[in-house]
Each structure stands twice: as structure tokens, then as C-alpha cells.
Design a protein around this ligand. Structure first.
Ligand SMILES: O=C(O)C[C@H](NC(=O)Cc1c[nH]c2ccccc12)C(=O)O
Length: 438
């Protein structure tokens, strides 16, 4: 069975590479994955999956960090010009760019959920010969959007997995659910899919990532270091006045934001675990001789547990309102994203380990990756599945990178996609080996 899967996946490689490069070239940021979604939906339908799309899998009110209506409309238009398939667009229009593809095998067995993400980062790709995507003609055509975290690879893994599983459907049991999630960056999209009930029937859940510093031919079967996080946009609104003639009439939003920035970074640590705070963007003012009446900040808090993150977040709210009070300016706070901390379930990690072993492709099979990582909103899905007694894990496939994640020179070795597909396909094919037949 292992050899059969390997051969099938190897055969797909040229098509997978073309697919990945197409997605890379037409990179789309979170909630704007219009072209990507229409292509993914079309492919999955052709393969024979039943599809749930857009509002069926995205709870509108649980979406975080949604771009403005203007941006959504502009980008939908741009996607159509770049080859989005128009007949699918009504499902995704307005920022509902999520897809769940289901394969009912008709044989008894568990529901297995696989999650990949589809969004790019807000980043300009390097357009120079030293960078392979540019050299080979698939660098991002979209200004300010770049697949610099490998989600083009993840989406391609999802499509390749869909194809292989359909080829071997007679050997599968239970139900396969492939989840294509929007807006992972900024941890904005997963919650809306969880609230739409997407994983409520999933018994065994697996999310994937490539790279993240894990060497090529290594697999981490259960990454368990994701930090809980809260993302917020803060806007201070003061009063503009003549900086020379009437400074006392002004209410200085820039000072409030500056004060808040220093105060935020001075929030104490928490004995319950590591924490982070970052003011990543700070913009204020309009002119040299005007008391600045507006300021905006983009802030994130993190903690190794939900409690630690909540502590930092609550302190942050106090610092922000205190700084506003000090400078007599108004403020408002918008929640832009959030994720929980989560740990995989040991039995599922162990099963993944054994399947990876059988593939015979990996030099090292690691159960846990230690050390503080970033955040991931797949944790919402993991926690929902676990809360119902299910199994969940987050798997990392190591690969050689040309530069770190979120860097303008990021690229990866596309062979990793095949290792990903083989491993995930093995999880589905051999599920009878997990705790016997369900
Ligand atoms: O918080 C976010 O915006 C999500 C973003 N997530 C990632 O970069 C994914 C990620 C970070 N570190 C790891 C380690 C393993 C897998 C995935 C990751 C981050 O942490 O800034």
C-alpha cells in the first residue's frame, strides 16, 4: 500500500509543481483568496467531491480582520481579470473564501479532517534574478501580496491529497473532509469555520505546515508550542490645533499612542508562562506644525497559555485607556484576530509517527517540537475536535528554505509537497490501524 501511494503521488509531481507556481504567482491575502477559491472549488468538484462553500462554511460574524468592502470588491474584480472562474465567484464574494470538500466512502468509519490554508502575506516579493520565483517566472503578480509562508504549498498539498484519495477511494472507509481555510495570517479565519460547525463531526483532525525551520526530510508529528494570541487595531482620536499659536487647544493623539506603546512594552511578565507583546505599526499626525489629532496602532499579545495571553491582553486594554485618558483623546479598539494555545493528542501523534515510519521517506521523525513558536488559528479547530473527544494534531514537514518565513526572498523545495501528501494519504488509508476499526 505504501509503494502504491508513493507511486501515485510521484506521478502527480509535475502537475503539483505547476499548480503551486500558479497559486504563488497569483498570491492573495486573507479574505481575498477569490481566484484561489474558485480554482480550488472547480478542481475538487471535477475530482468528484461534494462541496460546501462560502457562507456554508464561514460564519459571517466570526470573521476577524476583514478588509473593507471597497478592497473586497476591487480584489474580486482583480481576481476575475487574473483567471478566477466566474461561475464559482458568487459563493466567495464579500470575503467568504472557504471550502470544505467531503468524500463519503459509504463504508463505516470515522470522519477525518485535514486542514490547509490558502492566504498570502501582505508583503512585496523580491523581483530579482537571485530569487527563483522571479527567475522562473512565477513571482507574485500582485503588489503587496506574497506567498512567503508556504500556504501555496499547503493548498497544493490539499489538492494533491484530494486527487490521490479519490484514486484509492475503494480502499478508504469513513468520511474524508478536506478543509481549505482563508486568512490564517493574523489568525483571522479559522474561528469563523469552527463557528460554522465545520469540524463538529470530525473525529480525527490534522493540520499541516511546511518549513518553519524544520530541516528537509524531517517530520514533526505533533507541534505543541503554539501561543494564544490576540490582534488589535487601536485608533486614538484627538483634536488638531496650531502647534505654535494654540497648542493648549489640541488633544495629542500621537503622544497618546507613543505613551501607550511604551506602556504596552512595560507590561509585566506572568509566572504562568511566556508572553509577548508587539506594537508592529504606529502611524500618527498629518503635518509638522499641527497638533496630531489621529494615531493608529497595530498590536498583538501572545501567551503560552490562554490565561497568560488573556492577562497580557487585559493589561494592554488598561494601558491603552490610561494613555488616552492622560492625553484626553478618544480611542477605539477593534479585534482583528485571535488564536488559542493547543496541544495535540498523544495517541494521534503516535499514529502519525507510525505512518511516517512506514513511508520510509524521513530521516528523522520527531514527535514534539520544543521551543516557543508562533501562533496558529488551526488551534481553534484542534480544540473543538478535542472538546468532543476527538483526536487532533499539527504536523510540520521540514524543507529547505531560501529565506525565513515572512521574508521577501522566501521559497521552498517543492518536493516537500509530495512527502506531505503521502503522509496524509497514509493516515486516511491505514485508519483501521488506529485503535482498531471504528
Ligand atoms: O499570529 C499570526 O499572525 C500567525 C503567524 N503564524 C505563523 O507564522 C505560523 C507559524 C509560526 N511558527 C510556527 C511553527 C510551526 C508551525 C507554524 C508556525 C504568527 O505566528 O505570526
Amino acid at each position: 500500500m505504501v509503494n502504491e501511494i508513493s507511486e501515485r503521488v510521484e506521478k502527480l509531481f509535475p502537475a503539483l509543481q505547476t499548480q503551486r507556481r500558479d497559486l504563488h504567482k497569483y498570491a492573495e491575502s486573507g479574505w481575498l483568496e477569490f481566484r484561489t477559491s474558485t480554482l480550488v472549488a472547480d478542481r475538487l468538484e471535477k475530482l468528484g467531491y461534494s462541496l460546501q462553500l462560502g457562507k456554508e462554511v464561514i460564519d459571517a460574524d466570526s470573521r476577524m480582520g476583514l478588509p473593507s468592502a471597497t478592497v473586497l470588491a476591487e480584489q474580486e474584480q482583480r481576481a476575475l481579470e487574473q483567471g478566477a472562474i466566474a461561475r464559482w465567484m458568487p459563493h466567495f464574494s464579500g470575503g467568504f473564501t472557504g471550502i470544505v470538500a467531503t468524500l463519503e466512502t459509504g463504508r463505516p468509519g470515522p470522519v477525518m479532517g485535514f486542514r490547509v490554508d490558502m492566504d498570502a502575506l501582505d508583503l512585496n516579493e523580491v523581483l530579482e534574478d537571485e530569487h527563483r520565483p522571479f527567475r522562473e517566472g512565477f513571482a507574485s503578480a500582485n503588489n503587496g501580496m506574497m506567498h512567503a509562508c508556504g500556504h501555496d504549498g499547503h493548498t497544493t498539498i490539499g489538492l494533491g491529497l484530494a486527487e490521490v484519495l479519490m484514486q484509492v477511494r475503494d480502499q478508504l472507509c469513513g468520511t474524508i473532509k478536506l478543509i481549505f481555510q482563508p486568512a490564517e495570517e493574523g489568525t483571522r479565519g479559522a474561528k469563523s469555520m469552527v463557528e460554522a460547525g465545520v469540524v463538529d463531526d470530525v473525529d480525527y483532525f490534522t493540520a499541516v505546515h511546511i518549513g518553519t525551520g524544520v530541516p528537509a526530510n524531517h517530520i514533526v508529528c505533533g507541534n505543541d508550542t503554539f501561543m494564544a494570541t490576540t490582534k488589535l487595531d487601536v485608533r486614538f482620536t484627538g483634536v488638531a490645533s496650531h502647534a505654535g499659536g494654540k497648542p493648549e487647544d489640541g488633544r495629542n493623539a500621537l503622544l497618546a499612542a507613543a505613551q501607550a506603546t511604551l506602556g504596552l512594552h512595560a507590561i509585566p511578565r506572568h509566572s504562568g508562562g511566556d508572553s509577548r507583546i508587539n506594537v508592529g505599526v504606529l502611524q500618527a499626525g498629518t503635518g509638522r506644525n499641527v497638533v496630531p489629532s489621529s494615531a493608529t496602532m497595530k498590536v498583538e499579545t501572545r501567551g503560552t497559555t490562554n490565561e497568560v495571553n488573556e492577562f497580557i491582553y487585559q493589561q494592554a486594554l488598561k494601558v491603552i485607556s490610561g494613555a488616552a485618558e492622560m492625553h484626553q483623546v478618544k480611542f477605539d479598539i477593534k479585534l482583528m484576530g485571535a488564536a488559542q494555545s493547543s496541544t495535540p493528542t498523544p495517541a494521534w501523534v503516535n499514529y502519525i509517527h507510525r505512518q511516517a515510519e512506514k513511508l520510509g521517506e524521513f530521516e528523522q521523525i520527531i514527535d514534539r517540537q520544543e521551543g516557543a513558536a508562533g501562533s496558529e488559528d488551526a488551534t481553534y479547530m484542534m480544540e473543538r475536535v478535542k472538546s468532543r473527544g476527538g483526536e487532533a494534531s499539527y504536523v510540520i514537514f521540514g524543507t529547505d528554505l531560501s529565506a525565513g518565513h515572512h521574508n521577501e526572498l522566501f521559497d521552498f523545495d517543492e518536493k516537500v509537497m509530495m512527502q506531505g501528501i503521502k503522509t496524509l494519504a497514509a493516515l486516511a488509508l491505514n485508519i483501521a490501524e488506529f485503535k482498531g476499526v471504528n
